[in-house]
Write a protein that binds this ligand. Sequence first.
Ligand code: HEC
Ligand code: HEC
Ligand code: HEC
Ligand code: HEC
Ligand code: HEC
Ligand code: HEC
Ligand code: HEC
Ligand code: HEC
Length: 249
Amino acid sequence: MKNFLQKIPEQVKRLSVLLIVVIVVFIVATSLLTPKDFGLVGHYRASAIKINADQKMQYAGQEACADCHDDMWKTKNAGFHKNLSCEVCHGPSLNHVNEPDQFKPDKPRDRIFCPVCHEYNPSRPTGFPQILSASHNPRRICVTCHNPHNPTPPQTPKECSACHAEISSAKSVSSHMDIPCTKCHEASDKHKLHPREYLPTKPANREFCGQCHSQDAKGDKFIPRINMATHEPRYVCWQCHYPHLPEAQ
Ligand code: HEC
Ligand code: HEC
Ligand code: HEC
Ligand code: HEC
Ligand code: HEC
Ligand code: HEC
Ligand code: HEC
Ligand code: HEC
């Protein structure tokens, strides 16, 4: 035994002493510092539940608003802002619900508020209603023209370009400039009101382009023709030709 202890190198002995000190400090510290109620009901302090429950409520939830503002509730839920809760715009309003005359919620009427969601930003989904506030009716507050509870603009945009501006400006300088969008896409009027629910059709196959570009297609002589059998038959045309600006590259 004595031999064995002597054989252990000096640095290992010192390390072992250090390790024992660390373990002792750890045990003492955790038993002194861990709150008494830790672990009673789970891996947290039992009293944390009470502290959280004691926090003052600030939001009432939009159902609460319906009791007294029935008209606005109905208007909003029928319009484009149906997915926004009242308090997204009016701020936390629980104290207003409890004492309507005492506390008034915010009314965000200034021009900087609405662009928080509507300022043009390429990362927003295509078709999300966006504006450039610097050029969209500048100097006038948004709510003079848009009812915040039913923001549909005074007239619905009629042209495809109102929403597909980039595509239509590409097309307008291309050799397809005279082909109306609806020649290639069947779009119902409902698409302009509820774009994502009523999507237009898109050309599905090579033959669609072939109706003007194949060698036996009827139509003007000046339309460039291709041999459908030999011109890249393994791909659909728009893998190479952007249909809205089809200039061959
Ligand atoms: C118990 C009834 C009641 C409830 C619930 C209630 N309100 Fe009101 N609210 C009122 C009354 C009363 C007024 C004052 C109307 C007036 O001055 O003409 C008012 C006024 C307002 C105003 C206008 C404040 C101003 O400065 O003109 C806003 C905004 C508003 N409420 C938002 C809300 C929102 C959001 C909720 C839901 C979180 C809500 N209210 C819930 C009764 C209520
Ligand atoms: C998109 C933001 C937005 C949402 C969502 C919204 N509001 Fe408003 N609300 C406004 C703005 C902005 C005004 C101020 C309009 C003005 O002064 O012309 C306003 C005004 C009001 C007023 C005062 C009306 C008046 O004539 O002065 C009430 C009451 C109100 N909102 C209640 C509600 C309730 C209830 C909801 C939910 C059902 C709601 N709002 C949802 C932005 C919003
Ligand atoms: C009110 C705005 C609006 C107007 C006006 C509009 N669109 Fe759209 N369009 C959209 C939105 C939003 C989408 C969906 C985009 C997305 O899901 O990424 C869309 C999608 C499309 C698509 C793609 C369908 C798909 O399956 O991917 C085509 C094609 C299209 N629109 C054609 C048209 C044509 C043609 C017109 C004119 C007759 C038109 N749109 C007018 C907003 C509009
Ligand atoms: C002078 C009246 C007026 C003012 C002020 C105004 N708008 Fe508009 N807004 C319109 C009209 C009209 C349209 C639809 C025609 C168009 O395309 O311009 C529209 C369109 C929009 C659209 C696009 C709708 C869609 O379907 O794509 C958004 C988003 C919008 N406005 C938000 C705002 C915001 C945010 C403000 C304030 C910073 C504002 N507007 C101020 C009149 C106005
Ligand atoms: C929290 C984000 C948010 C805020 C704040 C907000 N909006 Fe909207 N807005 C939306 C959403 C979401 C839609 C629905 C988009 C859709 O259906 O594709 C929308 C739709 C619209 C539309 C399109 C209506 C149409 O007919 O095409 C207009 C215009 C608009 N809002 C104006 C406003 C105005 C004015 C304000 C300020 C009072 C405002 N918004 C504040 C999120 C917001
Ligand atoms: C010559 C036929 C043709 C014309 C004209 C045309 N498109 Fe297309 N469009 C296509 C084809 C083909 C696709 C499918 C591309 C794909 O799947 O990659 C497409 C796709 C789209 C898409 C889906 C998004 C994208 O870029 O792929 C939208 C939105 C669209 N077109 C809108 C329009 C609008 C708006 C016009 C008028 C300004 C228009 N198109 C004119 C053939 C056409
Ligand atoms: C309604 C008939 C029609 C349809 C459908 C059509 N095109 Fe065209 N295309 C034309 C016309 C017209 C021209 C322009 C001829 C000119 O002015 O030189 C053209 C030109 C072209 C060019 C030559 C561009 C250049 O100048 O180099 C290409 C490539 C092309 N189209 C591809 C397509 C593709 C891909 C499709 C299917 C998505 C398609 N076209 C569908 C009528 C059509
Ligand atoms: C793999 C890529 C590819 C595919 C797929 C493809 N093209 Fe092309 N296309 C080209 C290239 C590259 C050119 C230019 C060189 C040439 O004339 O062969 C061209 C040229 C054209 C031209 C102009 C011919 C001229 O005389 O000016 C037309 C029209 C055309 N393509 C239509 C189509 C149509 C319609 C389809 C689908 C049926 C299609 N292309 C599929 C790559 C492609």
